[in-house]
Design a protein around this ligand. Structure first.
Ligand code: SAM
Length: 349
């Protein structure tokens, strides 16, 4: 291995910080040998903090109705081929009930920016989930909202919020989003969420159109500085009815490489091995864990909804991606030396 790269890796291990151009160099020099070395170091850190425990979250995709038109996303409002659905509060509560019995102690309510889910509707729902399952955490992933809205949802009992920053480069953000979506606004949301005391998750797609190693290096630097509690990264996968329908997908190798780097930037980070990773490769989820991830989020949504939450083509939602198959997931994790646990799975400080 090249000495300069080894020095950069050693610096990352000890300082948990690199210069922008060092991150870029690390990315530009990706090779199977360096990936293996980084994964070994990342897993050591993950095991030091979380031992061989994998946290599970029950993902409930509450609506695919969205007012936004993100160019990469299959549920963008202009996609006329997307069959729209919305789960009503009683259906969401049924998902929680099923999930609780299966051992889930975190529910992630994710969806498009659907006007039906006002603060009033959400606060009532969150209060109800919390009163039924006081030992559970609620994660929201419902896009950009006002400070007042985030505050009300927090006061109702929400614990965590996932909002991917998507890219830490303003010009790149503008190529991935329509004119009425702003890089500054996304950042405002992330800062507000942090100031309100949420456990906050940001993240980005690997291999999104126009992304180069410089954009990725800026993403890593952004994460180092913002220091989120969670970070969701997964490969970009084209969805045929979007403007990026013919673009190439991101790779398993680069995603795993970046997962390892993220683990070294922030050793206690809650780092999911995402559905997108499980979609591009049959053992993608396991590969993510072996690169340093420590969270999986199987799908708890009703089957009819899952078929319609088509962010990208061939999205997997069966087998170990399905919350109903926790046993299968547990076996898969056991086979690589890990164990899933019934736990809220908060970040270890
Ligand atoms: N509306 C919420 C938001 O914007 O945060 C939550 C739902 S949004 C669909 C969740 C994430 O899916 C996005 O942050 C994006 O990174 C990811 N996503 C969307 N389209 C994708 C694609 N084609 N490939 C991979 N990931 C995608």
């Amino acid at each position: 291995m090249n000495n300069e790269i080894l020095e950069i890796i050693n610096k990352l291990r000890t300082n948990h910080s690199l210069e922008l151009m060092e991150y870029k160099m690390l990315i530009d020099n990706i090779s199977p040998e360096i990936s293996e070395h980084l994964a070994m170091l990342a897993v050591k850190e993950q095991q030091r903090i979380y031992s061989n425990k994998i946290y599970i979250r029950g993902l409930i995709e509450i609506s695919n109705i969205c007012k936004n038109d993100c160019l990469y996303c299959g549920i963008r409002k202009s996609n006329k081929n997307c069959m729209r659905y919305r789960l009503l509060p009683n259906e969401i509560l049924e998902c929680c009930e099923r999930g609780y019995k299966l051992g889930f102690r975190t529910f992630v309510l994710q969806g498009g920016e659907d006007g039906y889910f006002t603060d009033e509707v959400l606060c009532k729902l969150i209060t109800e989930i919390k009163s039924k399952y006081p030992d559970c955490a609620i994660t929201l992933s419902l896009g950009e909202r006002s400070y007042e809205s985030y505050k009300a949802l927090k006061e109702a009992g929400a614990d965590r919020y996932l909002l991917r920053h998507e890219t830490a480069t303003k010009e790149h953000y503008e190529k991935l989003h329509p004119e009425n979506m702003f890089y500054e606004e996304r950042n405002r949301c992330l800062k507000d969420l942090k100031s309100l005391g949420y456990q906050v998750g940001c993240g980005f797609m690997v291999g999104s159109p126009y992304q180069t190693s410089l954009e990725l290096a800026r993403d890593l630097k952004f994460i180092e500085e913002f220091s989120p509690d969670m970070c969701g990264i997964g490969p970009f996968i084209p969805q045929k009815d979007t403007p990026f329908g013919k673009e190439a997908a991101g790779t398993l190798e680069l995603t795993c490489y970046l997962l390892s780097i993220l683990r070294l930037i922030k050793p206690n980070l809650l780092l999911p091995s995402t559905t997108a990773l499980g979609t591009i490769s049959p053992n993608g989820r396991e590969r993510g864990i072996l690169a340093g991830a420590n969270v999986v989020m199987p799908n708890l949504s009703p089957m009819s909804a899952r078929e319609k939450y088509t962010l990208y083509d061939n999205k997997s939602y069966l087998g170990a991606e399905s919350a109903q198959c926790v046993k299968e997931l547990a076996e898969k994790m056991n086979s690589i030396g890990y164990e899933i646990v019934t736990d809220r799975g908060d970040i270890k400080k």
